[in-house]
Design a protein around this ligand. Structure first.
Ligand code: ZN
Length: 232
């Protein structure tokens, strides 16, 4: 009896050791292989998230950084969770690789226009707003929308019901701010303008190019098994 208890304790301890070594798996969308699949949590640490507020001051927010490895392609990605990084989600936002998450599935020219806007963002708010407007040009060309100019093409798109009314308004604001940034020397853009424009642009691209694919992925997920054998 005593021997059995001892064996059981040893077995339990070794099982716990094994479990410690098995990385925790979660379901994430991999931007490298473009698959929604199991990811191993291979690292986690606490560190500040740095950001610029509306007055242009550098600020810090406590954050949790998590490193995940895709079970399919073995590539890694870094997520940051903080009050500023989608705090209602489990892991916050993916901060590396940057933007490839959004761009997966988008046409090359739209992708290029978006990447160019992202590249100038840390250096110039005015340049970002001008290039954000050019992303709209790229979308209009990709969608083969006819019109005398960008405003006209977007207006035609809206009447055809190509995008919901709220996104129609968002495109109009992006277009107007882009024009303002390009033609008016005396403007008063701050970090908040840039953040909100980026969010609107991201939503627009996701709606047009990414959301339809997500529905197809959802179907394939129903048959997927996690590494521990559980069904999704
Ligand atoms: Zn992958």
């Amino acid at each position: 009896m005593h021997y059995q208890v001892k064996t059981s304790a040893i077995l339990q301890k070794s099982l716990l050791n094994i479990m410690d070594k098995i990385p925790k798996h979660v379901l994430l969308k991999c931007c490298r292989c473009n698959l929604s699949t199991a990811h191993a949590l291979i690292g986690q640490s606490e560190s500040d998230y740095e950001y610029i507020d509306a007055e242009g001051s550098k600020c810090f927010e406590p954050a949790t950084y998590r490193n995940f490895q895709c079970n399919n392609c073995s590539q890694v990605s870094l997520y940051v969770w903080s009050a500023f990084n989608n705090p209602l989600s489990n892991f916050g936002e993916q901060v590396y690789p940057v933007s490839e998450v959004l761009m997966t599935g988008t046409p090359t020219l739209v992708n290029a226009a978006y990447m160019q806007a992202l590249e100038v963002k840390p250096h110039s708010k005015v340049a970002y707003l001008v290039l954000a407007r050019r992303v709209l040009d790229a979308i209009v060309n990709d969608q083969k929308l006819q019109g005398r100019n960008l405003a006209d093409a977007l207006s035609i798109w809206a009447t055809k019901g190509g995008i919901p009314p709220l996104l129609v308004e968002a495109t109009d604001i992006i277009r107007k701010l882009g024009n303002q940034a390009a033609h008016e020397v005396d403007n008063d853009f701050n970090e908040l303008h840039v953040q909100l424009i980026e969010k609107s642009l991201t939503t627009l691209i996701e709606y047009i190019y990414i959301m339809p694919d997500s529905f197809h992925e959802l179907k394939s997920l129903l048959n997927m098994e996690m590494p521990n054998g559980n069904k999704i």
